[in-house]
Structures are given as structure tokens and as C-alpha cells.
Design a protein around this ligand. Structure first.
Ligand code: FE2
Ligand code: FE2
Length: 305
């Protein structure tokens, strides 16, 4: 099921009007060339002043570059099968958004490293895990990507949908996460629609969750644990307890997100069945409207991307 988000763009030529090639911006997935300015002296414990939860956030940032590279490769593999102009444009928008996310997270990761967090360890661990997934079939890789994109979309909706994240994460890095979350929602159904195009009824769909749990999850846990040990947080039980409560406690962030993962296995699953367009529009206005928090950070107008 593809939910059209925009009308087909047209352009004038010398021989009369004819459709012009759609871009990501035409179909609601504009690449925004942001250039985040991180402060020289970034606050150390940026998530609720808690080391355990902050290092989880640092680990998450660290794994985006290899993860998003995997996502893009798994979709690009089937690009030639995509003949519908709108879906082609959505794939282009998705790819460009993910590439920019990785670039900006690389910069945030560099800032974490300069503050002594060895975030290259979780990054390498997840890159290694994804190398294992690289050995599976392209169809399997795309199924795994669709699952992980569902995870990022659910996480993004949670981040944008309540004041909790904004209240806990320091202003130094908050808008970077809000921008990334918005774009995860804007392109949330692209990988699924490419997957539907090649057929979602194979065994790959059922294997996606076990494969991701067997490869990426251990790398994530190892990477987070490494940061906790290296930073000496493992000797601070009160911080560990509070960090665990903030992330996994009853009604808390990751408990809510993980609770919404099983819907991926539903026979009629489609990311757009859960409508987030009003939330996306609210955050587009908040971040990129006339007085938007990030409007000035755009290097060039969205339509030129
Ligand atoms: Fe992303
Ligand atoms: Fe994504």
C-alpha cells in the first residue's frame, strides 16, 4: 500500500508541459543540508544529567553511520526494480536524508570522542554485526532494514510525540535529535514500499527479527556496556539504576518503543497505517517554519537539494 503524499510535479519545456523528474522534496522527503554547530564545551551528561542514559544516547549516535549505510545499500540494491516515479523520488529522498544523518552524527560522535567517550567501539561492533547481515541475501537484508526502519520510526514518534525527550536532553544536542526524528517519520514507509514491490511474503520477513536480535542487539549491548565500564559508571549503582529506570522503567522511553515492535509481524502491517502526518507537520513548522529553531541552519533551500 503506497500512500501518495504529494501531487505529481510538472514543468514547462519548449514543446509544452511534460512531467519533470520528481525529487525527494516533491514527495515530502526533502534532504535538508543542515550544518549543526555543536558548542565547544558540550555538557557531559546530556540526558537527564544521568551518565548511564547519556552513554546510551552516545551509543545510539555512534551506530547510526554504519546502520544507515546498511539501510541505504539494501534499498539501492533494488533501485532498478522501482519504476514508479513517485517511489523513485521517495527512494532518492530517503537515501539523501540518511546520508546527511550519518554525516551529522559523525560530527556529534567526534564531539563525544573529544570528551573522552570511545564511541568508535560501539560503531565498530555494529559495523561488524552488519557485516554478518551482509552475507545474507539482498531480500533478507531489505527485510531486516524494513524492521530496523520501523524501530527508528517508532522511536522518532516517541521522541517527537511527548515533552519527555525535550525535557530530558540538553539543548546542546536536542535539535539534532528532533531533526533526525522528523525525517525518520517523513521517510518511514520507503523501505517497506520497496520491500512490498519485491514481495514481502517470503521467509525473509519472519527471519528478520531473529537475525537482527542475534547480530545487531548483542553489538548494541556490548557497545553500551563498554562505554559504561570505560567511563567508570559501572561502579555507580545509583546512576545505573536511575538510567535503567529512565530508559526501560515502566512507561518509559524504550519500554514504550519496544512494546510497539510486534506490529511488524502483523500480516497487514504497513508503516503508514499509523498516521503521523499531523505530528510531522507540527515539527516541520517548529523546526523549519519562518521562526523555526533550525530554519537558519539550512545551508540552501530545500527545493534545490
Ligand atoms: Fe536516519
Ligand atoms: Fe531511516
Amino acid at each position: 500500500m503506497t500512500v501518495p503524499r504529494t501531487e505529481r510535479a510538472t514543468g514547462e519545456t519548449g514543446t509544452g508541459p511534460r512531467p519533470r523528474r520528481l525529487t525527494g522534496g516533491d514527495v515530502g522527503i526533502p534532504p535538508r543540508h543542515l550544518d549543526f554547530r555543536l558548542p565547544q564545551e558540550m555538557v557531559r551528561w546530556a540526558y537527564a544529567d544521568n551518565a548511564t542514559a547519556t552513554l546510551f544516547l552516545a551509543m545510539l549516535s555512534a551506530i547510526f553511520p554504519p546502520g544507515e549505510d546498511f539501510f541505504v545499500r539494501s534499498v539501492i540494491h533494488f533501485r532498478d526494480r522501482v519504476t514508479d516515479p513517485e517511489l523513485r523520488a521517495r527512494v532518492a529522498g530517503f537515501t539523501a536524508q540518511e546520508v546527511i544523518h550519518s554525516r551529522e552524527h559523525d560530527r556529534l560522535n567526534e564531539a563525544f570522542r573529544s570528551r573522552g567517550f570511545p564511541v568508535h567501539i560501539p560503531e565498530s561492533a555494529v559495523a561488524l554485526a552488519l557485516k554478518v547481515l551482509d552475507r545474507t541475501s539482498p531480500r533478507q537484508q531489505l527485510a531486516c532494514t524494513a524492521l530496523m526502519e520501523h524501530f527508528t520510526a517508532v522511536m522518532a514518534e516517541d521522541i517527537l510525540g511527548s515533552d519527555e525527550f525535550a525535557g530530558r536532553v540538553h539543548a546542546d544536542i536536542r535539535e539534532l535529535w528532533h531533526w533526525h526524528a522528523l525525517e525518520e517519520l517523513e521517510h518511514k514507509s520507503v523501505t517497506w514500499d520497496v520491500y512490498e514491490l519485491i514481495g514481502t511474503d517470503g521467509p525473509e520477513r519472519g527471519r528478520a527479527a531473529p537475525l537482527v536480535v542475534a547480530t545487531v542487539l548483542p553489538a548494541v549491548v556490548f557497545g553500551w556496556a563498554y562505554l559504561l565500564v570505560q567511563q567508570g559508571v559501572w561502579r555507580r549503582p545509583r546512576d545505573l539504576r536511575e538510567g535503567y529506570r529512565l530508559l526501560f522503567g515502566r512507561g518509559q522511553f524504550l519500554r514504550r518503543v519496544l512494546g510497539r515492535m510486534p506490529v511488524f509481524g502483523h500480516p497487514r502491517f504497513h508503516p503508514d497505517r499509523h498516521d503521523t502526518r499531523a505530528l510531522e507537520q507540527r515539527w516541520r513548522d517548529t523546526l523549519f517554519g519562518d521562526d523555526g529553531a533550525l530554519a537558519e541552519q539550512l545551508r540552501r533551500p530545500v527545493r534545490e537539494a
